[in-house]
Design a protein around this ligand. Sequence first.
Ligand code: BES
Ligand code: ZN
Length: 867
Amino acid sequence: MQEHKTIYFKEYTPSPYTIETCSLEFIIEESSTRVENIMEIKRCDPHAKELRLDGEMLDLELLWVDDILYSEDMYTKEEGAIRIPLDSDTARIRIINRIYPDENTALEGLYRSGGIWCTQNEPEGFRRITYFIDRPDVMTRFTTKIIASKERCPVLLSNGNLRGTATLENGKHMTLWEDPIPKPCYLFALVAGDLGSITDTFTTMSGKQVDLAIYCDRGNENKCHHAMRSLKKSMEWDEYTYGREYDLEVYNIVAVDSFNMGAMENKGLNIFNSHYVLADEETATDSDFLGIESVIAHEYFHNWTGNRITCRNWFELTLKEGLTVFRDQCFSADMNSPLTQRLDDVRSLRERQYVEDAGPTAHPIKPDHYMEINNFYTATVYEKGAEVIRMMHTVLGTERFRRAMDLYFDTFDGDAVGTEDFLWAMQSESPVDLTPFKRWYSQERTPTLRISSEYSSDSAELVLRIVQSIPRNTKNQEQLPYALPFNIALLSENGEAFDLITSDIILLNTKTLWITEEVTEVKFSAISSVPKLSLNRHFSAPVIIECDEIDYPFLMAHDRDGFVRFEAANRFAIETLEAMMEGSEVNERYIESYGALLRDSTMDPMFKSQVLELPSITTMMQRQETIDVSAIVKAQERLKQVLAKCYYDELQESICALYAPSNTDIDGLSIGKRALKNRLLGILVSLGNESISHLAQAHYHEALSMSERLAALDLLENYAPELAVSALNDFYIRYSDQTLVMNKYFSVLASSRRGGTLERVISLQEDPAYDVKVPNLVRSLIGSFARNPVAFYNESGDGFRFVADQVILIDALNPQIASGLAGAFKNYGRLSTFQKAQMGGELERIKNHPNLSNNVYEIVSKILEAH
Ligand code: BES
Ligand code: ZN
């Protein structure tokens, strides 16, 4: 049996040695790469006697300490490291080792994606390149020399500024890169290959010129322009919003097809999953375009929040990720519609993070232990982390928040720090004591606020009672109340807000209460009529609200806060569906309120499409004690059909008015109209009638934008099987040579709610366009299937067995991708006895598989232990 070790935050100690400089030389050859690594070591702890260097999957050839060649008996080689006796304050270590990028299927360290050599070192990939102290609080000045065949690899890139190039013998050439800014080794990057590129320049606020380049497979250069525009907008935004400018002479971005994540912020040399770079109107959807803009921004913003100020250890991950997600969300809000952006962010938080926080793998945004750090790049660390920053932004207000950020940057530039340091900077500008607020960093699960009110017309007073119910943590321990900003309004009949006058509680501003206790009672005066409650406006805190007094139709029609309007429609739909699942008829008032929104011609189309979205299966599943997917689907389809029948003519007219198949512009209005049209078509098509099916077919063929074509394809697949066959064939023929589009094809098929989906997924694994070694393809075929509740929870148990087989198969190649897939089992505890036995068997089978990675073991054992 292997050992699966847990690492604890409380065991952190600073590194006894540090590495001041590291000069690397890579000789890239067809079957292997030779690495020469010269490090200047400095001792920090005077009692230290032994230097430990991390190293995995390395062939160590030679090692010198201060120019003395060491034989194997002069140091110790062990699993994952070497230990070298070292009793001096400085030393120069020289190492030569060999690595095998072609055999690297885990895609950590140096590997080959297509014909391109590239690296991924966060969090602990650098140890697969050479021996090093691989931890983020060791910051080093790197220089990198790369030697390779000029024909195979005309492009040779690394971090920092280009300092030299030379042509060598035997058709080889060399480039030399120097990064003047010390950095942890997880930010090291190297790229070599035959790449196309587009270039541009940016002049910073202080007048320095930066050369920008985006590299990709040859032939895709024309799909890089949106990414380049996004990069320049990000650079400008960070100057304008935070006064932060870029610090090197070049900024390079490289797009590769095989990448475990979305993108990586390596200093001066970002490496991206090609999905987040390449786009044109024919092959990318509107949300692909928006995704590119936000990921380009995210990685750029890391230059200050992550690179110049980095994390002391990986427990502090949310310091850079939560903060940078907050920054990219604000950027996207400024570039597009703030309301649309907020609703998307909240939707994603609730569908991904709330689910995680309620399940067996729940953890605080700052975890205190882990088995495999790669498992902690989670929705909680990222998205809840961003909400926590946003709450501080709300508490401080824009100006004080900016001053606190300035203090953070000025104080810690060049350091590896922790969330405590960030909170210190925030506290210096905060109008309130943030001590209770810090619990957001150490506690887990989502608190619920139960809210009730009592109105007295005699005194014109309203008493609002807010009770926090704080769930126990995963260890079943009690937790403490949270501190949070709670933005509310009390609305009169015409939607006007009463002034909030109270002496009972701290008001952060005229609309925001500062809640710190388990029970809060607050009395508002001068409320001249029974008010309507409008709660958690703008989603000011990441909590669940329970309140029986909400007037959904009123808020849907009258609230001026877009979030509350959306929320009312959403909650009303959820409750309507739940009542239907209990056997009730469709709620007439819901149908009416939906119709009123449908007819409202003053609404922005994108907002309208968001408000008219019906709750997803995932949303409904979260609220079930025992999961019953078919009951949800039945109610959903019935509700859609009732809406479609009731508003048949209006829906058709609206679709017709919005339909503009030749418009492929990606401005907000065009995107919104397409989204709304697709939404309405999705309601109508549920009727399964022939003329609507043909309408969807026409939309498929006439569309010039991928957003419309893909939406129509998906509707045909689910509602018009006889028309789907030819559309799917057409799609396949058009795009089979474009892997990014094939991802969409696989995911439509694997997400299908029709019978036979598993059989189709199994046979698609043999499709020439599929490759189990390319993470995007695994995510779109196998991942989509695992996220398809209808197919995955199929009562045969075949869905569970198939995904378990895939987890085992993929784990041997790429543990990170396998453990992502294993997350599909996290509803284990809420299944019927029958299904639970099925899934339990599969989980045990995975857990007992020999040589299972830490990644998968950690996830599967947590799921099994929780029940
Ligand atoms: N630093 C991460 C990339 C990363 C994640 C490296 C996990 C190693 C392990 C990067 O900044 C990031 O967060 N990327 C996100 C996209 C972002 C927009 C949230 C990703 O890759 O999903
Ligand atoms: Zn990030």
